[in-house]
Design a protein around this ligand. Structure first.
Ligand SMILES: [Zn+2]
Length: 149
């Protein structure tokens, strides 16, 4: 029920993504009452789809389940700071709260780079809580990229 247990679920999705050879990022969407409605990990390689980030896949599943392109009151928990594409999708979905793990100075779009939610063009900005279980998320990413070298 807590965002920590949602982060534990997201971390499990990230580990599963790493096992598939994908960049280890996992995401969870939860309904206003806290119930988990979607979980996903990165599948860009498997699907040959540059948009198949964990957040996008989880949002698609949650929207399908809700029968709506908007998820007011919902929360999204993800192991890594969302990229600009995912941040824009989070804004479009009207997600109420975003919880993320590791910071991403290289490709992030929330606290770094374009800072999507700070743009006047962002139609909606969620409450943002970063740095949750960041060490675990960072360790997963480091191990994955070390294995690639
Ligand atoms: Zn993304």
């Amino acid at each position: 029920m807590s965002f920590r247990s949602h982060m534990d679920l997201a971390l499990a999705e990230a580990r599963a993504a790493a096992a598939r050879g994908e960049v280890p990022v996992g995401a969870v969407v939860s309904a206003p009452g806290g119930a988990v409605v979607a979980t996903a990990g990165n599948r860009t390689r498997e699907r040959a789809d540059p948009t198949a980030h964990a957040e996008i896949l989880a949002l698609r599943e949650a929207c399908r389940a809700a029968g709506s392109e908007r998820l007011p009151g919902y929360a999204l928990t993800v192991t890594l700071e969302p990229c600009p594409m995912c941040a824009a999708a989070i804004a479009a979905a009207r997600i109420a709260r975003l919880y993320y793990g590791a910071e991403d100075p290289k490709s992030g779009g929330v606290a770094h780079g374009p800072r999507i939610f700070a743009h006047p063009q962002a139609h909606h900005a969620p409450e943002v809580y970063g740095g949750i279980a960041a060490e675990e998320a960072e360790a997963l990413l480091r191990a994955f990229f070390a294995g690639l070298r």
